[in-house]
Design a protein around this ligand. Structure first.
Ligand code: SAM
Length: 251
C-alpha cells in the first residue's frame, strides 16, 4: 500500500501523464501509478547507486521494465527535453529540490513539462520562491500528517498568466495583521498561500511545533555580550513572535 503522503502526490497526476519521478528511491510512486492504470509510461530517476538499484529491482518485480524506464543521474539530467509532461519530486529538502529544478531549467529539461508535483520535507519556502521566479503558478497545496510527521505537497502548472495570478495569490491583504504587504508576502511564501487561506488543524499543529522548536533554540542561545550572537538571538525572538501573531489571527 502506498503511503498517505505519496498517495496525495499521486492524486495530482493527470490520467495518461508522461511522468518523471526524480529521486524515486524504490520507485513506489511510478509503480503505483502504472499498476493502477492511471499512466502508461514513466521514468524513475535516481542519483545514488543503492536507490537506483532498488528502483530497477522494483520495476523488474512488478513486470514493468517495458513501461518504467529507470535511469541513473543527477536530478533532471536523466531526461531528454520533451520526454515528460509531469515531474514529481518527493521526500527531499526544498533547497535541494529547487536546485534540481533550476539546473534542469537551465539545461532545457523543463521544456514540455506542464505540471510539477513537489513534496519538500523541509524548506518549502525555497520551492515557492523558485516557482514564483520562474512563472509557475502554484494552483494548490495540501498538508497532511502521517506517522507523527507533517508533510506538504505543492502542485504547480506552467501558465502564461502565472505572473498576475501569483501576484493575487501572494497578496496577503486577507491576513488581518498590521503588516506591510512585503512582510505579508514573506509570510505567505513561508507558510503557503493556499494553506493560510484555508488553515487546517494539521497546518496549525505544524507551526505550533515549529514555534516550540524555535523557542527551544532561542532559550538555548545563552544571553551573551557578543554583539553578533545577541543580534541572532533577537532575530529568533522576532521570528517566533511573528509566527505566533500569524497563528493567532487565523480563523
Ligand atoms: N521520492 C521517494 C519518496 O518520496 O518516498 C524517495 C524519497 S528519498 C527520501 C530521496 C531520494 O532522492 C533518495 O533516494 C536520494 O538518492 C534521491 N536524490 C537525492 N538527490 C538527488 C538528485 N540530485 N537527483 C536524483 N535523486 C536524488
Amino acid at each position: 500500500e502506498l503511503s498517505k503522503r505519496l498517495r496525495l502526490v499521486a492524486d495530482y497526476i493527470a490520467d495518461g501523464a508522461a511522468l518523471a519521478d526524480i529521486g524515486s528511491d524504490h520507485a513506489l510512486l511510478p509503480v503505483y501509478l502504472l499498476q493502477s492504470g492511471k499512466i502508461s509510461k514513466a521514468i524513475a530517476g535516481e542519483v545514488n547507486p543503492g536507490p537506483f538499484k532498488a528502483a530497477q529491482k522494483a520495476a523488474l518485480a512488478a513486470g514493468l521494465t517495458d513501461r518504467l524506464s529507470v535511469r541513473r543521474g543527477d536530478g533532471l539530467a536523466v531526461l531528454e527535453p520533451g520526454e515528460a509532461d509531469t515531474i514529481t519530486i518527493a521526500g527531499m529538502g526544498g533547497a535541494l529540490m529547487s536546485s534540481i529544478l533550476e539546473a534542469g531549467r537551465a539545461n532545457g529539461k523543463l521544456e514540455g513539462v506542464s505540471r510539477l508535483v513537489l513534496q519538500p520535507n523541509i524548506g518549502e519556502d525555497a520551492v515557492r520562491v523558485w516557482l514564483l521566479e520562474h512563472n509557475w503558478y502554484l494552483t494548490d497545496e495540501a498538508v497532511l500528517e502521517e506517522d507523527g510527521k507533517i508533510y506538504e505537497v505543492l502542485h504547480a502548472v506552467r501558465d502564461a498568466e502565472a505572473a498576475p495570478k501569483n501576484e493575487a495569490l501572494y497578496d496577503g491583504a486577507f491576513l488581518p495583521l498590521p503588516f506591510e504587504p512585503e512582510l505579508k508576502k514573506v509570510i505567505l511564501i513561508r507558510m503557503g498561500p493556499h494553506l493560510l487561506r484555508q488553515p487546517t488543524a494539521v497546518l496549525i499543529a505544524k507551526w505550533q511545533s515549529e514555534i516550540i522548536k524555535l523557542e527551544r533554540i532561542w532559550s538555548q542561545m545563552a544571553e551573551s555580550s557578543v554583539q553578533e550572537s545577541m543580534a541572532k538571538r533577537e532575530q529568533f525572538r522576532k521570528e517566533i513572535d511573528l509566527l505566533k501573531e500569524v497563528l493567532a489571527c487565523l480563523p
